[in-house]
Structure formats: C-alpha cells, structure tokens
Design a protein around this ligand. Structure first.
Ligand code: GLC
Ligand code: MG
Ligand code: CA
Length: 606
C-alpha cells in the first residue's frame, strides 16, 4: 500500500512539474513580441476583378453640338473626368441606330452608331482616346429584342426565308365567345404594360414583345439568331470594345409550345386584385422570365468571348449580365463554382431592390452577406447603387448617406459600379407629366400615377457646373429638363470646395489601390441597430474600417467590438456633414456618429 502511494505522489509531482514548466514557457513567450507574420503573397488580379466601373447614360452626359442631346463627342471631351475620379472602365447605355422608343434599347441597326450620338469615326476616336488614358470601354448589348424598324423585323414580317423565324411569331387563338374575334396566343403581359403579343396584319400573326410594342423579341430557339449575336459581338470587339453589359437577360427565352401541346401556355394568375389583366403583376411570369434554357445561351457567349480572348490576346474582354431575379436565379449567371463559365458577373441590384432609407444596419449587413454567401466560390462580387432604370441613390436612401454609400461601394471586395452622377451625389430631377418621355411611364401611368413608373428622373442631364443647363448643353431646350438643384450641386463646385462628395469619391477610389482592399479579408457586422462596421485587413498591411450610421439620428457605438481595429486610428475619409474630417485621430472607444455619418479609419495591422 505504502509503495503504491509513493509512486502515486511521484507521478503526480512529475505532472505538476510539467505544468509549472509549461506555464513558465508560456509566460516568457507572452512577454515577448510575437514573431512578425510574413507579408502575404500578392498575386496580380485581372483588371476587371477590382475595377471601378462607371455607367454613362450617353443621352444625358454631355452634348457637344447644342441639340440638347448628349453625344459621343461630348463623352470624348470629358474622358479626363473618369481618370480624375479614379474610374477604370466605362459602360455606355446603347449608342446604336434606334428610333429611340426606349432611348436606344430598341435597336434598328446593331452595326452602326445612332446619328444623334455621332458617327463610327467618333466611336473609334472615343475608343482610342479612352484606351490611351488607360480606360476600358464596354458597350451595351441588347440581345432580347430588335426595333420593329430593323431590317431583321421587316424581312421577318415579309417571310424572307432566312429571317422568317427570327422572332417569336404565333397564330391567333379563336375566341370561343365570338367567331369573328381573335385572341392573342397567351395571357402574357409586357414589362411596359398591355399584352406581350401584338397583331401583325401582313403576316396575319401575333409577334411577341416582352417590352414595348416596337421592341420585338428574338426567337432564341432559332440557331441563326445566336449566330447573329456572335456576329454583332465580334464586330464591336474587332473595333476594340473591351466587352459588354448584357441587357434584360431574364426575358431571353419563353416557354416552348412543343412542351405544351402546341400552344403558348398561360402564365398563372397572381391573384393580386389591384391588377387588371393588362397590367404587370396580374400574372406570375413562370413561362416568360428566368427560364432555365436562357443560361445555356449566356454560357455560349462566355465560351465565345473566352475564345476571342485566346485568339486575340491583349487585356481580357468581359461580359457583365443584367437582370432582376431572385438570388438563386441570379447566381446561375456566374455559371459554376469557379464562376468561370457564365457572365464574368451578374450585376448585383440588391442595394436597389432590397435596401432603402428605412433599412437598418442589420438589413445592410444581411443583404451584403447574402450575395457573398450565395456567390459561387470563385466568383467576383460587384455592387450597384443606381442606374438609368431606378430612382437615384440619394433619393432612394437619404442625401446624408451619399458618402457612406459610396464608401461601402469602394470598400467591399470586388467591382464597384457607379451610375453617372453618384460621384457628386446627384438626386432625381423633377420631370412633369408634360415633359415625360419614358415609354414605361407613358404606357403604364397617367398624370396622377406616372411618377411611380417613370425612369426620367434618374436620367436628367449631368451637372458639370453652374452655367446654363448645368454645362450639359447650350440648347434652349434639353431632351429632359435639367434638375433644379444644379447651381448648388455640380462637379465644378465640388472640385473647388474644400470638402465635397466628389473629393471623398476620389479619396475612396484611390484607396482601392491599397493591397488590403484588392486582396484583403472582409468582416462586416452590426455594432447596433443603426451602425455597422466593414473591416478590410491583410496581415502586414494597414487595416481599413468603415463605420456607417445608416439611421436618421445620432448613434453611439463601442469600437472595442471592432476586430482588427487598434486605437488611436486616423480618419481617412469622413462624410461631408461630419464634424470630423480626414487626418483627425480617434482615440476614445466610445464613438457617437450623427445621422448618416460614415467614417473610414486607417489603422496599423495587429
Ligand atoms: C433593361 C434596360 C432598360 C430597358 C430594358 C429593355 O432593363 O436597362 O432600360 O428598357 O432592358 O431593353
Ligand atoms: Mg448632341
Ligand atoms: Ca425573349
């Protein structure tokens, strides 16, 4: 018994001795500065993966010849603006020959420049000058439809054998209640209101138009149509275009009558009683939108562009896809887990469709993480805050949020997309019913309701300075009125002011050159109901922290909860209405932010 006890104590002592030794080693190590981490390996990224992409709405950017309509020469004269702003690539809404029913989204000649915008020589000059300034130029490619004034449609109507099936034609249905009446092939509703089918006397058939009557839907079940698309893309790539924004993809292909007993199936009814049969919303578009077959068409475009890149070398040409769809259908545009067989990316409209001035910090974090969570592993994210189809960013949110919103855009990983005017915080312009020209507003609205549909307020001319027509044009009358706030809100003034949205925008785009932003990790979380942080960090490189109070009142937060942030930290950029400014130092962990206030801090790595 005794011997056993001794052994027991001995074993116990060894264990205790070991513990003590371990503690001493730990204590010594803890007092020593940690071994500095080796700097991370930085692999150069292809240009499009981190670019700032700027959307130009050519009709409203800059008018060079005084007809009240923006044009290519106008854009050429202002290309330095993009360099100055820190933009890497521009994409222009359609500049091709068009009757302008949908302001260029109704193309009558896919191979020529619209006369109001200039000539092919102007376009070539634009490309050359942009490239010499280091800017990429993307075009808007509109594959879903052609103008009813296009040669394709005219020949299709005349049943020219090659073009006969270029569009979606269908016989009328008999009216069971009236033998002398005819009915459209299905109950499909156009995006701009009314039946999606239009009767054609010459062919004694209906044709499909998911948008305006003058925008006739191509028939993508006809291989000759896809061949034509390749031909159009190749034409502009050969001119030197760096890629395309692909328009309205969810509507590319519709249900096949062959799968539905030879007829076009009716979309199910939504049951929403506020809508009448001719109104968008009356049906659920299961046979007209997001059809699974459309993705194969997109993947063929990617294959085409990859092959073009391989054959021609040079910088990568890209395709970015446009479409409003739920997150699952949107992610399919990326293609696969490498994000490498579909569009280089689908535009992310979540800031337009899922967030607004009512959203709190948790909504922001949730919606941002949703994209990053659903995106395939190798995908490149992107962030859009506005475009020519939606109310402008400061109007949908609040004007005190402009700098914060531009800061999220620039600090999140991936591509930052800017719609013309966001760099100076332009708001919606007022456009009266008399001045309204948008087909969607004219078709769907009346003097009382047009403002619910009109896209004109987001399309009013750019504010260059405080001279006549905001420096956009010397015309007596511009195609859309210039917004009234231009004397106070314009680029020239913001370049002069000591503190301005534009100067913040410049500082933010410049920051994207930091390796932390192009290559670093991200962490985003709410600090309270109203304030969230976005941390970008990369081992040995400086850390950047965005703090943004999206609420409409003051909010105090505890900076001890922000990972990777060591105090004191220096402010890199502050909202223009902040009492703080760049260069100020934050040393107190209790921080009170005013309504809409955003701060970007720079801190040394931990
Ligand atoms: C896209 C465009 C929009 C156009 C529609 C039809 O949604 O952004 O402006 O009206 O497609 O081409
Ligand atoms: Mg002009
Ligand atoms: Ca279609």
């Amino acid at each position: 018994m005794k011997a056993l006890k001794v052994v027991g104590i001995a074993v116990g002592s060894v264990a205790i001795l070991g513990l003590v030794a371990g503690f001493i080693t730990w204590a010594v190590l803890a007092n020593r500065a940690p071994e500095p981490l080796p700097p991370p390996e930085i692999i150069a990224l292809d240009w499009w993966k981190t670019c700032v992409l700027y959307q130009i709405y050519p009709r409203s950017f800059k008018d060079s010849d005084g007809d009240g309509i923006g044009d290519l020469k106008g854009i050429i004269s202002e290309l330095e603006h993009f360099v100055d702003a820190g933009v890497d690539a521009i994409w222009m809404s359609p500049i091709f020959t068009s009757p302008m029913v949908d302001f260029g989204y109704d193309i009558s000649d896919f191979f020529d420049i619209h006369y109001e915008y200039g000539t092919m020589e102007d376009f070539e000059e634009l490309l050359e000058k942009a490239h010499s300034l280091g800017l990429k130029v993307l075009l808007d490619f509109v594959p879903n439809h052609a103008s009813n004034e296009s040669e394709y449609y005219i020949k299709s109507e005349a049943r020219d054998p090659f073009y006969e099936d270029f569009f979606v034609w269908a016989d009328a249905l008999p009216d069971p209640n009236n033998a002398s009446n005819r009915l459209p092939p299905s109950n499909w509703v156009s995006q701009f209101g009314g039946s999606a089918w239009e009767w054609n006397e010459a062919r004694q058939q209906y044709y499909l138009h998911q948008f305006a009557i003058q925008q006739v839907d191509f028939n993508f079940r006809n291989p000759a149509v896809q061949e034509k698309m390749f031909e159009i893309m190749r034409f502009w790539l050969d001119k030197g275009a760096d890629g395309f924004r692909l328009d309205a993809l969810p509507y590319l292909i519709e249900a096949n009558p062959a799968d539905h007993e030879g007829r076009y199936p009716d979309d199910p009814l939504s049951g929403l009683i506020q809508f009448e049969p001719h109104q968008l919303g009356y049906t659920i578009p299961i046979y007209t939108k997001d059809l699974i077959e459309l993705y194969d068409i997109v993947y063929e475009w990617r294959e085409f562009i990859d092959q073009y890149n391989e054959e021609h070398g040079g910088d990568t040409r890209v395709i970015f896809s446009e479409g409003y769809a739920n997150v699952t259908m949107t992610m399919l545009y990326y293609g696969n887990e490498d994000g490498a067989i579909g569009a280089h990316f689908p535009f992310n409209f979540d800031f337009i469709t899922d967030l607004n001035s009512e959203s709190n910090a948790r909504d922001f974090v949730y919606i941002i993480l949703r994209w990053l969570t659903y995106m395939p592993y190798g995908g490149i994210p992107n962030w859009v805050f506005g475009n020519h189809d939606n109310n402008r960013m400061p109007t949908r949110f609040r004007k005190d949020m402009v700098d914060g919103l531009n800061a999220i855009n620039m600090l999140l990983p991936g591509v930052a997309v800017t719609y013309q005017g966001e760099e100076i915080g332009m708001r919606d312009g007022y456009v009266s019913w008399e001045d309204t020209v948008d087909i969607e507003a004219c078709n769907r609205g009346d003097p009382d309701t047009y403002h619910l549909y009109s896209r004109d307020p987001a399309r009013t001319p750019y504010h260059w300075n405080n001279s006549t027509n905001a420096g956009f044009s010397t015309a007596n009358r511009t195609w859309l009125p210039v917004a009234e706030d231009y004397p106070e809100l314009n680029l020239a003034k913001q370049k002069e002011d000591r503190i301005s949205h534009f100067k913040n925008y410049q500082a933010l785009t410049a920051l994207r050159k930091e390796k932390t932003l192009s290559h670093g990790e991200y962490d985003i979380r709410p600090l309270s109901d109203w304030t969230f942080y976005l941390v970008r960090s990369l081992r040995t490189y400086d850390t950047f922290v965005l703090l943004f109070n999206v609420g409409d009142r003051e909010n105090t937060v505890d900076l001890n909860r922000v990972p990777h942030l060591t105090l004191p930290a220096t402010i890199y950029v502050a909202s223009i209405h902040s009492t703080r400014e760049g260069g100020h130092v934050i040393s107190n962990s209790q921080l009170t932010l005013s309504a809409g206030e955003a701060l970007v801090l720079r801190a040394v790595p931990i």
